[in-house]
Design a protein around this ligand. Structure first.
Ligand SMILES: [Zn+2]
Length: 323
């Protein structure tokens, strides 16, 4: 073989090798690209975008929802309600499907109303499937038309309210010790502002609530339920609630008094809330009671005051969901 021929053969081999390497590279590159694409198509990001959600939606859905709910969302047409409802202030994750159901049946409601109704169970009839309340929550226990206390429940540490602060005979007015101590602070602050508060009704036993309720019941169950709690369902049995007026006022005119206004602005600082406000009748299930105050502690009272919500809503969002 001549030197020239040998050189040409080597050149051919080198060219062939280069071609093979290039082709192999292209092949491997394409294979990886397809593989990556296939993998991407398995992601929620891809699937959500395919349904029609934009980048921002996709990010929110993946951050907020767990697999089961994302699968559910993927099984439906694009619907902005899922995102909007999850962005609501008091959205509770475990109630997601309940919200959707209720909204579907009541499409004229705002999402805020849907959340409020479902959280407080006011989308269901009063007294229908009542639950025994968790008494270990103490001043944060909820007693309303959905949560009740046993006939045998008596608060610990009941103390007698001296007659300086309460109507009736000595010993007839009682609240829990923490409620009483907080009330003294409230009373003193009110006094300094020029108002003399006086408690009219406080702790009630199951039996005494039975009497109160049965008295109204003579005019029909519907009427009685509007005015009074059924036995076991009264906050007065907790020992954390009382009815209070300013001296010289009564249930008819207390809401027009300066003392009432002062309490609206200041009671939370001492741990108390107006339990049945005028604009929350649909949530509390009670007619406006300008006189009924409940001790919940300063933190809860402050939050409730600042967010203009009821204790029922507070309980659903902060207390019930923890247990
Ligand atoms: Zn009351």
């Amino acid at each position: 073989m001549s030197k020239l021929k040998l050189k040409k053969s080597v050149q051919k081999i080198i060219i062939l090798a280069i071609v093979i390497i290039i082709l192999g590279g292209i092949g491997l590159y394409s294979y990886n690209k397809i593989k990556k694409q296939k993998e991407y198509e398995q992601t929620y990001e891809y699937k959500l975008k395919t349904v029609g959600y934009n980048d921002e939606d996709v990010e929110f859905i993946q951050k907020k929802f767990k697999d089961q709910e994302i699968e559910y969302i993927l099984g439906q047409e694009k619907n902005d309600t899922y995102i909007a409802i999850a962005k609501e202030e008091f959205f509770i994750y475990d109630k997601f499907y309940n919200y959707l159901d209720y909204f579907q049946n009541n499409p004229t409601l705002t999402l805020r109303d849907v959340i409020e109704k479902v959280n407080t169970k006011t989308n269901t009839p009063y007294y229908e499937n009542p639950l025994k309340t968790d008494i270990t929550k103490k001043e944060l226990m909820l007693v309303n038309k959905y949560y009740y206390l046993d006939e045998t429940y008596t608060p610990e540490n009941l103390v007698t309210i001296p007659l300086t602060y309460a109507y009736g005979e000595l010993g007839s007015q009682q609240v829990t010790e923490d409620t009483y101590n907080a009330f003294l602070n409230l009373w003193n602050a009110a006094k300094s502002a020029g108002y003399s508060l006086i408690i009219n009704s406080s702790y009630r036993t199951y039996e005494s609530q039975t009497n109160v309720y049965n008295d109204y019941k003579k005019q029909g169950t519907e009427y009685a339920d509007k005015i009074a709690a059924r036995p076991g369902f009264s906050e007065h049995q907790t020992g954390y609630a009382f009815d209070m007026f300013a001296i010289g006022t009564n249930s008819k005119n207390f809401h027009e008094s300066e003392a009432y206004q002062w309490l609206l602005d200041n009671a939370y600082k001492y741990g108390f809330i107006l339990r049945y406000p005028v604009d929350k009748v649909n949530i509390t299930g009670y007619e406006f009671e300008s006189w009924h105050y409940r001790y919940v502690g300063i933190d809860a009272a402050t939050y409730i005051h600042e967010h203009n919500i009821t204790f029922d809503e507070y309980y659903a969002y902060f207390i019930e969901t923890q247990s």
